[in-house]
Ligand binder design. Structure first.
Ligand SMILES: [Zn+2]
Ligand SMILES: [Zn+2]
Length: 215
């Protein structure tokens, strides 16, 4: 076994997956608004209730509350609004505003955050259960990779199984963006899968540094 499987799955998820999900969010969420902060402000209330149960709206979230966003997640997207209602006690959604400088390119918008947005506040086809299932399989694979701190211990069977789940997930999501984007993503994934291309990639970028560290 080698750390190659770990590196390849990481690259598949974070680079290709991040790109696919980023493009899908731009396509389905950002076309009708000027920018990401506006979109986040429009979805602020729904997002707030993924972080805190109670707010001044008093509309207790239906069913059991499950915290999806940790403090650091919330504060990476929103900050206190100086013009907030001063009459509100405690913490509530109305006291916050999306951070104006945040964009799809911000490091805060990593794969985890993109999964969270697609799973919770993206409209259109992305909210369809089939696509939600794809997002879930990507999230599961990402958690699996994170939990394997010993990068050399990924069995080939797991590698193949996750690869065969992630590829169709990313391809299906790319397909609803455009046929052209689907081809780009499929090529990228296949290129990564085959060894020669992998060796060529090793000579470049971060991955090389990663590889050296792990071997
Ligand atoms: Zn309030
Ligand atoms: Zn509320």
């Amino acid at each position: 076994m080698s750390s190659k499987y770990h590196s390849k799955l990481s690259q598949l998820l974070h680079d290709t997956g991040g790109k696919t999900f980023g493009k899908a969010i731009e396509h389905f969420c950002l076309r009708t608004v000027p920018n990401l902060p506006t979109f986040l402000d429009n979805k602020k209330h729904a997002l707030f209730h993924l972080w805190k149960k109670d707010c001044c709206c008093k509309s207790a979230t239906p069913g059991r509350f499950k915290q999806v966003l940790k403090d650091k997640d919330w504060y990476s997207l929103f900050s206190r609004d100086p013009k907030a209602h001063t009459s509100c006690r405690g913490i509530c959604a109305c006291q916050f505003k999306a951070i104006p400088s945040i964009s799809m390119q911000s490091k805060e918008l990593d794969l985890t955050m993109k999964c969270m947005l697609i799973s919770n506040v993206c409209p259109g086809p992305l909210s369809n259960p089939n696509y939600q299932a794809h997002v879930n399989s990507v999230r599961k694979a990402k958690n699996y990779i994170i939990s394997h701190t010993d990068t050399t211990k990924i069995p080939e069977g797991d590698y193949t199984r996750y690869w065969n789940e992630i590829k169709p997930a990313l391809c299906e999501i790319a397909k609803i963006v455009s046929e052209e984007f689907f081809k780009e993503i499929e090529d990228e994934i296949d290129g990564l899968f085959y060894e020669e291309d992998w060796n060529r990639r090793l000579k470049s970028r971060l991955i090389y540094a990663n590889y050296v560290n792990h071997n």
